[in-house]
Design a protein around this ligand. Sequence first.
Ligand code: SF4
Length: 383
Amino acid sequence: MTQAARPNRGLYVHLPFCPQVCPYCSFAVTTARPRLHRRYIAALGAELSARRPAGPEGPLDTVYFGGGTPTLLEPALLAQVLEQARDLFGFAPGAEITVEANPEGADAARFTALRALGFNRLSLGIQSFADQSLRLLGRRHTGAQAESAIALARSAGFDNLNLDLIFAVPGASAEDWGHTLDRALAHGPEHLSTYALTIEAETPFAKRERQGQLVPPAEEEQAGAYEGAVSRLQAAGFEHYEVSNFARPGRRSRHNWGYWHGGEYLGVGLAAHSFLGGRRSWNQRRMRDYLSTVEAGISPEAGGEVLDPVAARGEALWLGLRTSEGALLPPGLAQRERFRALVAAGYLELRGARVGLTRRGFVLADALSVELMELVEGVELQR
Ligand code: SF4
């Protein structure tokens, strides 16, 4: 089965536990102690069973245990959820089964156990190999621990490894970012994700920024770091297949590819999102709400929506534009003057029935996507 043969059927399992909350983190996470782990796993099991009838039809192509720090939980607890998912849905031959981990607390026995359970892809939250950047980010691991976590993952048999990296860290130098890319490449990962640090509302970083204690790098500096990474990684043989993602040939994240190309996925756990039968939904974000609903036999869904055809086209455009394949060109868009101007300026390119971002356009992916969605809405209103 090739990546594009049919839409992906995925399962996302959210494990929200972390030893501490990083000051830039806006995910649904908790530092709750291990006694809550078992209760949460039991709730995940109940939710999985309850949602099986409406879940993806047929065996799962991809399973993703994300967080949080899933590997903070005992492997036996993760095994419980994985086995239940296998029993309920079945896994397609060659299914991609990913688990996220952080360098802090990485240990050989745990990685070996995870590999033996059937996880065949490991995503490590390295973020940086430069100690100064790690300190600025409030991470507890060091560059040396990041190096050793990768070595442990390889020794445990993970031959499909993603490293998450962060650039545009306030106060970090261009050399720090260069060093991080050097060290990442030296380990020969199959996949790299590079994200600019975004300062999200309601985080300690947002407060520090308001107080003038944290100054994000200028936009040109961020663009330079991004473009530098694209050049380096492509020269090293990586395919730049999505705005923030790079893969060795054949090693794209199949799970994320499903998100970007209309694949169905069931998400279970705190704040998890699902997309099933054209309907998007999301779960309760507060632990006590999630647990109390599931334990009472009630759905933990906090909201949902069915996209109307215009919104669905806009979303497909937004998601497709972020990938190297681009998006199907919505009717009427190519005739708009502004669209033609963006093509002429070298931000967009037409590829038959599709439109894609150029290398220059990737730097401005978010702004261009918003602009194109507004243009599509304008076209629809005139119809
Ligand atoms: S390790 Fe990741 S998920 Fe956990 S608090 Fe830090 S950024 Fe958030």
